[in-house]
Design a binder for this molecule. Structure first.
Ligand code: RFL
Ligand code: PHB
Length: 392
């Protein structure tokens, strides 16, 4: 089989890349290790930055999103028994949209298949060869048979545990955080119209949502936590304690799903080797406190699609040569913001009274100073994409 771009991974990065390339007139085939059902059901991110929303809208992906996405104009920081709203609309004139990652994935899969795009699900044992030349080959097994995909470039969009990053053999920057999140999806109507980030002496808690019927909640737990140790009653009790504030009630309901996610900060540099380009979680991980992971994946492929179109349709290499550096600027900004939000909101297991006082001082300053609140707001809603690039 032959195509212009072989894309490994059908997460938000790989799927959106194939959509953007198709719009630019470049052929691509997506190879995904899992089944369609699996990738469409995987519950992960929920916050779309303003530039992400604008991009999805610009490239014709807004239908269901406009009907079901939940626009939010702020968040609350809750600490020291008080609730403090960061008013994005007033501070920076933009907001975010809450719309599940799996809904973005469903929309993208549907759009690709409707346009005749090729996504090979259940593609096992992907191998990458010849990436230093201009005719790389992606091997894979499907239905027990080995296949070869001959292409002009390969996009490694295969997430943190994929195979592409090892082929690039980049320098890595890695920092583990001494916390994890217990994530809960509950059949309970949200009782508050925006997200609440709570710093409580017992640990961080996050109140989010997916729809008018479904709440999404997170609790800071130790990294080695077994979710089986958390009964529904224990979860609701702990959430009630950490999220408590005057006038706030938490609707309880059946827990539909629970899981533990570790937290790390990770960057691979460069994001390219020859004709192999890394994008999204394959190249970088942020702790989820800043809600940046999926947004960064989308920002990467926006740059990559334009660069690959220039290379493959016009023989212009400037975009691919600048790809890694262009993306890494945004990546490191998000790394800083995510690590900052994480350290401000979590309770460090080895922290002492000095650390606690520094943290409270930072929280009080962030909500009291318009300058500090504006800095949080402009990072949270997403810094504008740099101008330039044929997709901007
Ligand atoms: P993905 O989504 O991991 O997709 C990679 C795909 O590649 C496939 N794959 C392979 N396919 C073929 N061959 C192989 N050898 C393969 N190896 C892997 C996988 O099956 C998969 O389908 O990466 P992508 O596209 O880069 O997207 C990144 C996002 O998924 C990730 O950054 C976000 O989910 C992070 N994240 C959040 N991001 C946000 O922007 N806002 C949020 O609010 C937010 N909250 C979160 C999050 C992640 C979380 N977890 C569970 C890690 C909350 C949580 C709890
Ligand atoms: C979510 O709704 O899943 C979510 C929201 C905000 C975050 C992380 C996850 O910072």
């Amino acid at each position: 089989m032959r195509t212009q771009v072989g894309i490994v991974g059908a997460g938000p990065a790989g799927l959106l890349l194939s959509h953007l390339l198709a719009r630019a007139g470049v052929d691509a085939v997506v190879l995904e290790a899992r089944s369609r059902e699996y990738v469409e059901q995987r519950v992960r991110a929920g916050v779309l930055e303003h530039p992400t929303v604008e991009l999805l809208r610009e490239v014709g992906l807004a239908g269901r999103f406009d009907r079901q996405g939940m626009p939010h104009e702020g968040i609350s920081l809750r600490f020291d028994g008080g609730d403090h709203r960061i008013d994005f609309a007033a501070l920076v004139g933009r907001g975010i949209t809450v719309y599940g990652q799996q809904e973005v994935v469903k929309d993208l899969v549907a759009a690709r298949l409707a346009a005749g795009g090729e996504i090979v699900f259940d593609a096992a044992d992907v191998t990458l060869d010849g990436v230093d030349g201009d005719a790389p080959v992606v091997g894979y097994t499907k239905d027990g048979r080995r296949h070869e995909l001959h292409c002009a470039a390969v996009a490694g969009c295969d997430g943190f545990h994929g195979v592409s990053r090892a082929v690039v053999a980049p320098q890595v920057f890695d920092r583990a955080h001494p916390y994890a999140w217990l994530g809960i999806l509950a059949e309970a109507a949200p009782t508050h119209h925006e997200l609440v980030y709570a710093n409580h002496p017992r640990g961080f808690a996050l109140y989010s949502m997916r729809s008018p019927e479904i709440t999404r909640l997170y609790l800071q737990v130790p990294p080695d936590t077994d979710p089986a140790g958390w009964s529904d009653a224990r979860i609701w009790d702990e959430l009630g304690t950490r999220l408590a504030a005057e006038g706030f009630t938490l609707n309880e309901g059946p827990v539909l799903e629970k899981g533990v996610t570790g937290m790390r900060s990770f960057v691979a540099e460069p994001m390219r080797r020859g004709r192999l380009f890394l994008a999204g979680d394959a190249a970088h991980i942020v702790p989820p406190t800043g809600a940046k992971g999926m947004n960064l994946a989308i920002a990467d492929v926006r740059v990559l699609a334009a660069a690959l179109a220039d290379l493959l349709l016009r023989g212009d290499e400037r975009g691919v040569d600048a790809y890694s550096e262009t993306c890494l600027r945004r990546v490191w900004r998000a790394e800083h913001f995510s690590a900052w939000m994480t350290s401000m909101l979590h309770v460090a297991p080895d922290g002492d009274a000095f650390d606690r006082r520094l943290q409270l001082s930072q929280l009080r300053y962030t909500v009291a100073s318009r300058a500090a609140a504006t800095s949080l707001a402009e990072n949270y809603v997403g810094l504008p994409f740099p101008s330039g690039g044929s997709l901007s």
